[in-house]
Design a protein around this ligand. Structure first.
Ligand code: COA
Length: 384
Protein backbone atom coordinates (compact mmCIF):
# COMPACT_ATOMS: atom_id res chain seq x y z
CA UNK A 1 0.00 0.00 0.00
CA UNK A 2 1.33 3.49 -0.90
CA UNK A 3 2.40 5.55 2.10
CA UNK A 4 2.33 9.35 2.01
CA UNK A 5 4.31 11.63 4.33
CA UNK A 6 1.96 14.31 5.66
CA UNK A 7 3.15 17.40 7.52
CA UNK A 8 1.18 17.22 10.78
CA UNK A 9 3.26 19.49 13.01
CA UNK A 10 5.43 22.58 12.63
CA UNK A 11 7.35 24.85 14.95
CA UNK A 12 10.11 27.36 14.94
CA UNK A 13 12.40 29.15 17.32
CA UNK A 14 14.21 32.44 16.82
CA UNK A 15 16.63 33.66 19.50
CA UNK A 16 15.42 36.61 21.56
CA UNK A 17 18.22 38.99 20.59
CA UNK A 18 17.32 41.06 17.54
CA UNK A 19 20.14 42.85 15.72
CA UNK A 20 19.28 45.86 13.57
CA UNK A 21 21.09 47.11 10.47
CA UNK A 22 22.07 50.22 12.41
CA UNK A 23 23.86 48.06 14.95
CA UNK A 24 25.78 46.39 12.11
CA UNK A 25 26.72 49.79 10.73
CA UNK A 26 28.68 50.31 13.93
CA UNK A 27 30.66 47.11 13.24
CA UNK A 28 31.35 47.42 9.50
CA UNK A 29 31.20 50.13 6.83
CA UNK A 30 27.53 49.76 5.88
CA UNK A 31 24.17 51.50 6.27
CA UNK A 32 20.58 50.49 6.95
CA UNK A 33 19.66 51.93 3.56
CA UNK A 34 22.23 49.80 1.66
CA UNK A 35 21.22 46.57 3.42
CA UNK A 36 17.47 47.14 2.95
CA UNK A 37 17.82 48.15 -0.71
CA UNK A 38 20.19 45.33 -1.70
CA UNK A 39 18.76 42.51 0.40
CA UNK A 40 15.38 43.41 1.96
CA UNK A 41 16.73 42.52 5.42
CA UNK A 42 15.87 44.86 8.32
CA UNK A 43 16.73 42.73 11.35
CA UNK A 44 17.97 39.25 12.21
CA UNK A 45 18.05 37.14 15.38
CA UNK A 46 21.36 36.17 16.94
CA UNK A 47 21.82 33.27 19.39
CA UNK A 48 22.77 34.04 23.00
CA UNK A 49 26.02 32.68 24.43
CA UNK A 50 24.25 29.76 26.13
CA UNK A 51 22.37 28.74 22.98
CA UNK A 52 23.63 26.21 20.44
CA UNK A 53 22.35 24.86 17.13
CA UNK A 54 21.06 21.85 19.10
CA UNK A 55 19.12 23.93 21.66
CA UNK A 56 17.55 26.00 18.88
CA UNK A 57 16.62 22.79 17.04
CA UNK A 58 15.15 21.30 20.22
CA UNK A 59 12.90 24.34 20.80
CA UNK A 60 11.57 24.17 17.24
CA UNK A 61 11.08 20.38 17.45
CA UNK A 62 9.24 20.56 20.80
CA UNK A 63 6.81 23.10 19.30
CA UNK A 64 6.29 20.96 16.19
CA UNK A 65 5.57 17.88 18.33
CA UNK A 66 3.02 19.86 20.38
CA UNK A 67 1.15 20.83 17.19
CA UNK A 68 1.30 17.23 15.92
CA UNK A 69 0.15 16.01 19.33
CA UNK A 70 2.71 13.21 19.21
CA UNK A 71 4.77 11.88 22.11
CA UNK A 72 8.54 12.04 21.40
CA UNK A 73 8.71 8.23 21.73
CA UNK A 74 6.51 7.97 18.61
CA UNK A 75 9.24 9.59 16.48
CA UNK A 76 11.40 7.04 14.67
CA UNK A 77 13.70 9.32 12.69
CA UNK A 78 15.22 12.74 13.40
CA UNK A 79 17.13 14.56 10.67
CA UNK A 80 18.74 17.91 11.39
CA UNK A 81 19.80 19.85 8.31
CA UNK A 82 22.59 22.17 9.39
CA UNK A 83 25.91 23.68 8.33
CA UNK A 84 26.68 24.86 11.85
CA UNK A 85 26.69 21.75 14.05
CA UNK A 86 28.39 22.11 17.43
CA UNK A 87 30.31 18.91 16.67
CA UNK A 88 30.86 16.60 13.71
CA UNK A 89 29.88 13.93 16.20
CA UNK A 90 27.79 13.59 18.24
CA UNK A 91 25.42 14.91 15.59
CA UNK A 92 23.08 17.78 16.45
CA UNK A 93 20.24 15.32 15.75
CA UNK A 94 21.49 12.98 18.53
CA UNK A 95 21.53 15.87 21.01
CA UNK A 96 17.98 16.79 19.99
CA UNK A 97 16.96 13.11 20.40
CA UNK A 98 18.30 13.23 23.96
CA UNK A 99 16.70 16.60 24.85
CA UNK A 100 13.34 15.35 23.57
CA UNK A 101 13.62 11.88 25.08
CA UNK A 102 12.79 10.45 21.66
CA UNK A 103 13.72 6.96 22.83
CA UNK A 104 12.93 5.11 19.58
CA UNK A 105 14.47 7.49 17.04
CA UNK A 106 17.43 7.09 14.71
CA UNK A 107 19.11 10.47 14.34
CA UNK A 108 21.58 12.08 11.96
CA UNK A 109 22.64 15.44 10.54
CA UNK A 110 22.43 16.30 6.89
CA UNK A 111 24.71 18.81 5.17
CA UNK A 112 23.35 20.45 2.03
CA UNK A 113 23.82 24.09 3.10
CA UNK A 114 20.75 26.27 2.48
CA UNK A 115 19.03 23.45 0.52
CA UNK A 116 19.34 21.17 3.57
CA UNK A 117 15.71 21.32 4.64
CA UNK A 118 14.41 20.26 1.20
CA UNK A 119 16.98 17.43 1.09
CA UNK A 120 16.06 16.28 4.63
CA UNK A 121 12.35 16.42 3.86
CA UNK A 122 12.92 14.10 0.91
CA UNK A 123 15.02 11.62 2.96
CA UNK A 124 12.39 11.49 5.71
CA UNK A 125 9.39 11.29 3.38
CA UNK A 126 11.03 8.47 1.42
CA UNK A 127 11.66 6.60 4.71
CA UNK A 128 7.95 6.94 5.38
CA UNK A 129 6.97 5.99 1.82
CA UNK A 130 8.92 2.70 2.08
CA UNK A 131 7.27 1.88 5.40
CA UNK A 132 10.64 1.99 7.22
CA UNK A 133 9.37 4.63 9.67
CA UNK A 134 5.94 5.95 10.60
CA UNK A 135 6.74 9.38 12.09
CA UNK A 136 9.76 11.57 11.49
CA UNK A 137 11.06 14.95 12.60
CA UNK A 138 12.77 17.14 10.02
CA UNK A 139 14.60 20.14 11.41
CA UNK A 140 16.61 22.95 9.86
CA UNK A 141 18.76 24.71 12.47
CA UNK A 142 21.65 27.15 12.27
CA UNK A 143 23.85 29.45 14.31
CA UNK A 144 25.24 31.28 11.29
CA UNK A 145 26.39 34.15 13.55
CA UNK A 146 29.22 31.85 14.70
CA UNK A 147 30.63 31.25 11.22
CA UNK A 148 30.37 34.65 9.55
CA UNK A 149 33.31 37.01 9.39
CA UNK A 150 32.06 39.99 11.41
CA UNK A 151 34.57 42.23 9.66
CA UNK A 152 33.28 41.35 6.15
CA UNK A 153 30.40 43.66 5.22
CA UNK A 154 29.65 41.57 2.13
CA UNK A 155 28.51 38.59 4.21
CA UNK A 156 27.90 39.49 7.85
CA UNK A 157 24.83 41.60 7.07
CA UNK A 158 23.09 38.70 5.33
CA UNK A 159 22.80 35.95 7.90
CA UNK A 160 20.81 35.17 11.06
CA UNK A 161 20.22 32.33 13.53
CA UNK A 162 17.14 30.19 14.04
CA UNK A 163 15.49 26.79 13.71
CA UNK A 164 12.35 25.37 12.17
CA UNK A 165 10.91 21.87 12.32
CA UNK A 166 8.15 19.77 10.83
CA UNK A 167 6.71 16.45 11.94
CA UNK A 168 5.97 14.00 9.13
CA UNK A 169 3.42 11.25 9.66
CA UNK A 170 2.78 8.30 7.35
CA UNK A 171 -0.71 7.72 5.97
CA UNK A 172 -2.33 5.80 3.14
CA UNK A 173 -4.37 8.93 2.29
CA UNK A 174 -2.79 10.76 -0.67
CA UNK A 175 -1.27 14.11 0.36
CA UNK A 176 1.77 15.59 2.07
CA UNK A 177 5.09 15.53 0.21
CA UNK A 178 4.01 14.71 -3.36
CA UNK A 179 7.08 15.45 -5.53
CA UNK A 180 10.69 16.43 -4.96
CA UNK A 181 13.69 17.33 -7.05
CA UNK A 182 17.22 17.44 -5.65
CA UNK A 183 20.20 18.69 -7.68
CA UNK A 184 23.85 19.60 -7.16
CA UNK A 185 26.82 21.04 -9.04
CA UNK A 186 30.14 20.73 -7.23
CA UNK A 187 31.91 22.76 -9.93
CA UNK A 188 30.49 25.77 -8.09
CA UNK A 189 31.95 24.65 -4.75
CA UNK A 190 34.18 27.72 -4.52
CA UNK A 191 31.31 30.21 -4.93
CA UNK A 192 29.92 29.69 -1.44
CA UNK A 193 31.89 27.80 1.16
CA UNK A 194 32.41 27.23 4.85
CA UNK A 195 35.76 25.49 5.33
CA UNK A 196 36.03 22.67 7.85
CA UNK A 197 37.92 23.21 11.06
CA UNK A 198 41.68 23.45 11.11
CA UNK A 199 43.15 19.95 10.72
CA UNK A 200 45.57 18.55 13.29
CA UNK A 201 48.96 17.64 11.83
CA UNK A 202 49.48 13.86 11.52
CA UNK A 203 52.87 12.80 13.00
CA UNK A 204 53.06 9.66 10.84
CA UNK A 205 55.47 9.24 7.91
CA UNK A 206 53.59 9.18 4.62
CA UNK A 207 50.45 10.67 6.16
CA UNK A 208 51.45 14.34 5.99
CA UNK A 209 49.01 16.33 3.93
CA UNK A 210 49.16 19.69 2.23
CA UNK A 211 47.27 21.98 4.55
CA UNK A 212 44.37 23.70 2.81
CA UNK A 213 45.34 27.06 4.25
CA UNK A 214 42.09 27.52 6.15
CA UNK A 215 42.74 28.64 9.68
CA UNK A 216 39.24 29.84 10.38
CA UNK A 217 35.89 28.38 9.57
CA UNK A 218 34.06 31.36 8.14
CA UNK A 219 31.66 31.78 5.26
CA UNK A 220 33.30 32.78 1.99
CA UNK A 221 31.06 33.91 -0.87
CA UNK A 222 31.09 35.29 -4.38
CA UNK A 223 27.85 37.25 -3.95
CA UNK A 224 27.22 38.13 -7.58
CA UNK A 225 27.76 34.61 -8.92
CA UNK A 226 25.60 33.09 -6.18
CA UNK A 227 22.91 35.63 -6.99
CA UNK A 228 22.93 34.60 -10.67
CA UNK A 229 22.88 30.88 -9.81
CA UNK A 230 19.97 31.33 -7.36
CA UNK A 231 17.73 33.24 -9.77
CA UNK A 232 18.16 30.47 -12.38
CA UNK A 233 17.56 27.41 -10.22
CA UNK A 234 14.41 28.65 -8.47
CA UNK A 235 12.47 28.56 -11.75
CA UNK A 236 13.96 25.26 -12.95
CA UNK A 237 13.30 23.36 -9.71
CA UNK A 238 9.73 24.66 -9.48
CA UNK A 239 9.16 23.46 -13.06
CA UNK A 240 10.66 20.04 -12.19
CA UNK A 241 8.23 19.36 -9.34
CA UNK A 242 5.26 20.70 -11.29
CA UNK A 243 6.11 18.33 -14.16
CA UNK A 244 6.46 15.37 -11.79
CA UNK A 245 3.08 16.01 -10.21
CA UNK A 246 1.19 16.97 -13.39
CA UNK A 247 0.26 20.40 -11.97
CA UNK A 248 0.74 23.93 -13.31
CA UNK A 249 1.69 27.18 -11.58
CA UNK A 250 -2.03 28.04 -11.41
CA UNK A 251 -2.52 25.07 -9.05
CA UNK A 252 0.05 26.42 -6.58
CA UNK A 253 -1.19 28.57 -3.70
CA UNK A 254 2.20 29.62 -2.32
CA UNK A 255 5.90 29.17 -3.02
CA UNK A 256 8.07 29.24 0.10
CA UNK A 257 11.62 29.87 -1.10
CA UNK A 258 14.86 29.88 0.84
CA UNK A 259 15.01 33.37 2.34
CA UNK A 260 18.32 34.69 1.01
CA UNK A 261 17.62 38.05 -0.57
CA UNK A 262 14.38 39.72 -1.66
CA UNK A 263 15.97 40.75 -4.96
CA UNK A 264 16.74 37.11 -5.80
CA UNK A 265 13.06 36.24 -5.27
CA UNK A 266 11.89 39.30 -7.24
CA UNK A 267 14.10 38.33 -10.19
CA UNK A 268 12.91 34.70 -10.04
CA UNK A 269 9.27 35.85 -9.90
CA UNK A 270 9.82 38.06 -12.98
CA UNK A 271 11.46 35.17 -14.86
CA UNK A 272 8.50 32.93 -13.99
CA UNK A 273 6.00 35.70 -14.82
CA UNK A 274 4.49 35.36 -11.36
CA UNK A 275 3.40 38.13 -9.00
CA UNK A 276 5.73 38.50 -6.02
CA UNK A 277 2.73 37.75 -3.74
CA UNK A 278 2.93 34.11 -4.88
CA UNK A 279 6.21 33.89 -2.91
CA UNK A 280 6.21 33.96 0.85
CA UNK A 281 8.83 36.31 2.31
CA UNK A 282 9.85 36.82 5.92
CA UNK A 283 13.55 37.56 5.51
CA UNK A 284 12.99 41.18 6.50
CA UNK A 285 13.06 40.04 10.14
CA UNK A 286 15.13 36.81 9.92
CA UNK A 287 17.91 37.40 7.40
CA UNK A 288 19.27 34.26 5.77
CA UNK A 289 19.06 31.44 8.32
CA UNK A 290 20.37 28.87 5.81
CA UNK A 291 18.79 25.41 6.36
CA UNK A 292 16.34 26.88 8.89
CA UNK A 293 14.88 29.48 6.57
CA UNK A 294 12.19 27.42 4.80
CA UNK A 295 10.66 25.78 7.92
CA UNK A 296 10.79 29.12 9.78
CA UNK A 297 9.03 30.81 6.85
CA UNK A 298 6.48 27.97 6.74
CA UNK A 299 5.61 28.58 10.40
CA UNK A 300 5.23 32.33 9.81
CA UNK A 301 3.03 31.65 6.76
CA UNK A 302 0.80 29.34 8.83
CA UNK A 303 0.45 31.85 11.66
CA UNK A 304 -0.42 34.60 9.17
CA UNK A 305 -3.20 32.38 7.78
CA UNK A 306 -1.57 32.11 4.35
CA UNK A 307 -2.25 28.35 4.03
CA UNK A 308 -5.62 26.65 3.63
CA UNK A 309 -6.34 22.92 3.72
CA UNK A 310 -5.78 21.32 0.28
CA UNK A 311 -3.46 24.11 -0.87
CA UNK A 312 -0.53 22.98 -2.98
CA UNK A 313 2.67 24.66 -1.85
CA UNK A 314 6.26 24.47 -3.07
CA UNK A 315 9.43 24.74 -0.99
CA UNK A 316 12.52 25.81 -2.97
CA UNK A 317 16.03 25.63 -1.55
CA UNK A 318 19.37 26.70 -3.04
CA UNK A 319 22.82 27.24 -1.65
CA UNK A 320 26.37 26.05 -1.13
CA UNK A 321 27.57 22.92 -2.85
CA UNK A 322 26.17 24.13 -5.11
CA UNK A 323 22.89 22.44 -4.18
CA UNK A 324 19.27 23.15 -4.98
CA UNK A 325 15.92 21.44 -4.90
CA UNK A 326 12.19 21.78 -4.47
CA UNK A 327 9.32 19.87 -2.82
CA UNK A 328 5.68 20.08 -3.77
CA UNK A 329 3.51 19.54 -0.70
CA UNK A 330 -0.23 19.18 -0.35
CA UNK A 331 -1.03 21.10 2.81
CA UNK A 332 -3.87 19.21 4.42
CA UNK A 333 -4.15 20.34 8.01
CA UNK A 334 -5.71 23.19 9.92
CA UNK A 335 -3.66 24.49 12.85
CA UNK A 336 -4.95 22.86 16.07
CA UNK A 337 -5.53 24.89 19.22
CA UNK A 338 -3.01 23.84 21.87
CA UNK A 339 -4.26 24.81 25.35
CA UNK A 340 -1.94 26.43 27.90
CA UNK A 341 -2.18 23.42 30.27
CA UNK A 342 -1.46 20.99 27.45
CA UNK A 343 1.50 23.11 26.39
CA UNK A 344 2.93 23.23 29.93
CA UNK A 345 2.41 19.49 30.42
CA UNK A 346 4.28 18.79 27.20
CA UNK A 347 7.17 21.04 28.33
CA UNK A 348 7.33 19.05 31.60
CA UNK A 349 8.07 15.93 29.51
CA UNK A 350 11.34 17.46 28.39
CA UNK A 351 12.41 18.24 31.95
CA UNK A 352 11.77 14.56 32.73
CA UNK A 353 13.68 13.54 29.58
CA UNK A 354 16.72 15.52 30.78
CA UNK A 355 16.42 13.85 34.18
CA UNK A 356 16.34 10.38 32.57
CA UNK A 357 19.33 11.32 30.40
CA UNK A 358 21.32 12.37 33.49
CA UNK A 359 20.41 9.09 35.21
CA UNK A 360 21.63 7.10 32.19
CA UNK A 361 24.93 9.01 32.24
CA UNK A 362 25.28 8.37 35.95
CA UNK A 363 24.53 4.67 35.58
CA UNK A 364 27.17 4.43 32.81
CA UNK A 365 29.70 6.00 35.17
CA UNK A 366 28.75 3.62 37.97
CA UNK A 367 29.00 0.62 35.59
CA UNK A 368 32.42 1.82 34.42
CA UNK A 369 33.61 2.25 38.03
CA UNK A 370 32.33 -1.23 38.96
CA UNK A 371 34.03 -2.72 35.88
CA UNK A 372 37.31 -0.95 36.76
CA UNK A 373 37.23 -2.17 40.34
CA UNK A 374 36.38 -5.76 39.36
CA UNK A 375 39.19 -5.69 36.74
CA UNK A 376 41.45 -4.45 39.50
CA UNK A 377 40.46 -7.46 41.64
CA UNK A 378 41.08 -9.85 38.71
CA UNK A 379 44.48 -8.22 38.32
CA UNK A 380 45.13 -8.93 42.04
CA UNK A 381 43.98 -12.54 41.59
CA UNK A 382 46.25 -13.16 38.64
CA UNK A 383 49.20 -11.69 40.55
CA UNK A 384 48.68 -14.17 43.34
N1 COA B 1 27.30 47.79 2.81
C1 COA B 1 27.72 48.71 1.94
N2 COA B 1 28.35 48.40 0.80
C2 COA B 1 28.56 47.09 0.55
C3 COA B 1 28.16 46.06 1.43
C4 COA B 1 27.50 46.47 2.60
N3 COA B 1 27.06 45.57 3.50
N4 COA B 1 28.51 44.88 0.90
C5 COA B 1 29.10 45.12 -0.26
N5 COA B 1 29.15 46.46 -0.47
C6 COA B 1 29.70 47.19 -1.58
C7 COA B 1 30.74 46.40 -2.34
O1 COA B 1 31.99 46.48 -1.69
C8 COA B 1 30.72 47.10 -3.67
O2 COA B 1 31.48 48.26 -3.56
P1 COA B 1 32.43 48.72 -4.78
O3 COA B 1 31.49 48.95 -5.94
O4 COA B 1 33.05 49.97 -4.25
O5 COA B 1 33.36 47.58 -5.00
C9 COA B 1 29.27 47.51 -3.83
O6 COA B 1 28.70 47.45 -2.53
C10 COA B 1 28.49 46.62 -4.77
O7 COA B 1 28.80 45.28 -4.43
P2 COA B 1 28.08 44.10 -5.13
O8 COA B 1 28.67 42.81 -4.63
O9 COA B 1 28.02 44.30 -6.59
O10 COA B 1 26.61 44.28 -4.56
P3 COA B 1 25.34 43.50 -4.95
O11 COA B 1 24.31 44.43 -5.44
O12 COA B 1 25.67 42.30 -5.79
O13 COA B 1 24.85 42.97 -3.54
C11 COA B 1 24.90 40.95 -2.25
C12 COA B 1 25.71 42.13 -2.78
C13 COA B 1 25.82 40.08 -1.41
C14 COA B 1 23.78 41.49 -1.38
C15 COA B 1 24.29 40.17 -3.45
O14 COA B 1 25.31 39.89 -4.38
C16 COA B 1 23.66 38.90 -3.05
O15 COA B 1 22.65 38.89 -2.36
N6 COA B 1 24.19 37.74 -3.49
C17 COA B 1 23.65 36.47 -3.11
C18 COA B 1 24.10 36.17 -1.71
C19 COA B 1 23.33 35.09 -1.09
O16 COA B 1 22.14 35.13 -1.05
N7 COA B 1 24.04 34.10 -0.54
C20 COA B 1 23.47 33.00 0.12
C21 COA B 1 22.81 32.10 -0.87
S1 COA B 1 22.24 30.69 -0.06
Amino acid sequence: MMRYAHIVGWGHYLPERVVTNDELSRLVDTTDEWIVQRTGIHTRHIAAAHETTATLAFEAAARALAVADLHPSQIELIIVATSTPGHMFPSTACLVQDYLGASRAGAFDLGAACSGFVYALQMASQSIATGAVRNALVIGAETMSRVVDWSDRGTCVLFGDGAGAVVLKGSSIPGGVMATTLRSDGSGADLLSLPALYHNPVPIAGAEFAHNGHHKNIVDMDGRQVYRFATNVIASSVQDVLKQSGLTLDDIALIIPHQANVRIIETAARKMKLPLEKFYLNLDHTGNTSAASIPVALCDAVSEGRLEPDDNIIFVGFGGGLTWGASLVKWDVTPPQVSFIDHEWKRARYVMARGRSRLRRLSRRVEAAVARSSNGHKGDDSAE
